[in-house]
Design a protein around this ligand. Structure first.
Ligand SMILES: *Cc1c(COP(=O)(O)O)cnc(C)c1O
Length: 420
C-alpha cells in the first residue's frame, strides 16, 4: 500500500490532488509521499525487531537530501558507493559510524575522505583494494575497519544487469579467495577486520537466494573462527524486490524471518542495505501528454518525460504502471508511451492499454522512487526535473527544476578557438 490513490477519479498524493502540484511546479516532476517513505523504513526495520541490527539505506536508490535526511532522523545508517554519496550522507546528518562503503572502484581520494570521517566499515571488493586501504590508513596513522564482500555465486534470478552475486559478475571476492583475503587482512597493521559482507543483486522476489547466501557465509565464518578471526558485523546487503506489476516479493517480515532463522549465531550485529524496497513505491513521476499520434500499426502517446528522467525502461526493459492523474472513463487505447528523446529506446511503456488520453492530460508513472531520478541525465540538453515531497496536505519542492543556464554551468570555451 502506498499513498497515491484516487478520490473521485482524481489521483492524490496523501491529501493533495496531484493536478494541483502539477499546476504549481510544472511537469515533469518526481513526487514522493512522506508517509510511504516513513512507513516502508519502519516496516523494514521493525521486521528485525529483537535482533541487533543497523538498517543502512542504500543511498544510490535515491540520493535526494530530504529523503536521506528522513532516514537519518528515523535512526538509519547509510550504504554508500562513492565519496559523493558520503558527502550527501554527512550533509543529511548521518552519523559517520553508521555508514558502510561498498563499490568495486574506490579511488584513493575517496578512501582518504572516508577514513578521515571515521565510517563504520569499508566493504572490500578486491585484494588489491585491501592493500591500498591498508596503505592509506598507514599514511594517516589510523586503522581502517573492513569487511570483505563475498561473492557467493548465488543466482538471484533477477534481470542480468542487476544480478551481482554470480562468479561472472565484477562484484566481491569469491569465497575461496575471501578466506585468503581475511588471512592477508589479519597480517596488515592498519586493518581491523570487522565483518563480512555480501550483496547478490536487486529486485529479488524470493527468499531462497538470500538463504543460500547465508549458508555460504556461515561456512566461511566457521573457517575464519578456526584461524582466530571473529566477525562482529554480518552485512546482508540489499536486494529485496517490490511490486511493479504482478511480482509477489516476500514482505519484509518474511524476508527478515528467513534471514534470522539462517543466522545460527546471534552474536553478530546484522547490517541490511535496502534501497528499492524502501523508496521504490514511495515515488512516482508525473508527466504531461504533449501529443498523441495514430500510426498505421501503433498508437503513440508522446509525453514531456522520457529516458533522460527515467532510464529504467530503456536500460532494463523495466515495467512501470502508468495511470492517468484524472481518470477519463473513456474507452481505453493500446499505445506506446514515449518521450521526446531522439532514441528508439526512449519509451516509458510499449503496447500498453491506458485511458484514451489527450494533449495536456497528466500521467503518473508509478513505482518511480528508486533508481529513477538517481539515474536521470541531461541528455538532449533537457534540464533535470523537479522533485517534490508531500506530507499530508503540505507540499515541498525538494529539488528545483534545472534551468537552461544550469545546463551550461562549468563549461568554458578556450581562447585558442580564436586563433583559427
Ligand atoms: C545497490 C546496492 C544496494 C541496494 O540494493 P536494492 O536492490 O535497492 O535494495 C545494497 N548494497 C549494495 C552494495 C548495492 O550496490
Amino acid at each position: 500500500m502506498h499513498h497515491f490513490q484516487y478520490q473521485n477519479d482524481q489521483m492524490y498524493c496523501e491529501n493533495v490532488p496531484i493536478r494541483r502540484i502539477a499546476k504549481a511546479v510544472g511537469t515533469p516532476f518526481y513526487l514522493y509521499s512522506h508517509a510511504t517513505l516513513k512507513r516502508h523504513f519502519k516496516a523494514f526495520d521493525s521486521a528485525f525487531a529483537g535482533v541487533s541490527r543497523l538498517v543502512c539505506y542504500s543511498a544510490k536508490a535515491n540520493t535526494n537530501l530530504a529523503i536521506l535526511n528522513l532516514f537519518a532522523k528515523l535512526g538509519g545508517g547509510l550504504d554508500i558507493v562513492s565519496a559523493g554519496e558520503l558527502y550527501r550522507g554527512l550533509q543529511a546528518g548521518f552519523e559517520p559510524n553508521k555508514i558502510v562503503y561498498s563499490g568495486v572502484g574506490k579511488r584513493v581520494d575517496e578512501i582518504d575522505y572516508a577514513l578521515k570521517n571515521g565510517i563504520l566499515m569499508f566493504n572490500i571488493e578486491s585484494l588489491e583494494e585491501l592493500e591500498v586501504i591498508n596503505q592509506r590508513a598507514a599514511n594517516f596513522n589510523t586503522i581502517a575497519p573492513v569487511a570483505i564482500r563475498v561473492n557467493p555465486d548465488v543466482d538471484p534470478k533477477t534481470h542480468p544487469y542487476i544480478s551481482t552475486g554470480l562468479k561472472k559478475n565484477k562484484f566481491g571476492i569469491d569465497i575461496v579467495s575471501a578466506l585468503q583475503g581475511y588471512k592477508a587482512a589479519q597480517k596488515l597493521d592498519h586493518i581491523e577486520i570487522k565483518g563480512i559482507d555480501c550483496h547478490i543483486g536487486s529486485q529479488i522476489t524470493d527468499v531462497q537466494p538470500f538463504k543460500d547466501t547465508l549458508s555460504s557465509l556461515n561456512t566461511l565464518i566457521n573457517e575464519l573462527r578456526k584461524i582466530g578471526i571473529y566477525i562482529r558485523y554480518l552485512d546482508m546487503g540489499g536486494g529485496l524486490g517490490i511490486t511493479y506489476s504482478d511480482e509477489t516479493p516476500p514482505a519484509p517480515d518474511e524476508y527478515a524471518q528467513a534471514i534470522i532463522k539462517s543466522l545460527k549465531d546471534s552474536s553478530f550485529k546484522l547490517i541490511l542495505e535496502p534501497g528499492r524496497v524502501i523508496v521504490g513505491n514511495a515515488g512516482i513521476l508525473v508527466a504531461k501528454v504533449l501529443y498523441t499520434k495514430r500510426g498505421e500499426t501503433k498508437n503513440f502517446v508522446i509525453t514531456d518525460t522520457g529516458m533522460n528522467d527515467l532510464m529504467r525502461p530503456a536500460l532494463y526493459d523495466a515495467f512501470h504502471a502508468i495511470k492517468p492523474v484524472s481518470k477519463t472513463r473513456d474507452a481505453t487505447i493500446v499505445a506506446d508511451i514515449v518521450g521526446p528523446i531522439c532514441e528508439t529506446s526512449d519509451f516509458l511503456a510499449r503496447d500498453r492499454e491506458i485511458d484514451n488520453v489527450h494533449r495536456g492530460d497528466l500521467l503518473a508513472v508509478m513505482s518511480a522512487g528508486a533508481y529513477s531520478f538517481a539515474m536521470s541525465s541531461n541528455y538532449c540538453s533537457r534540464p533535470r526535473c523537479a522533485e517534490v515531497m508531500v506530507k499530508d496536505n503540505r507540499i515541498h519542492v525538494i529539488r528545483n527544476r534545472q534551468t537552461v543556464e544550469d545546463l551550461c554551468a562549468g563549461e568554458s570555451v578556450p581562447d585558442f578557438l580564436d586563433e583559427h
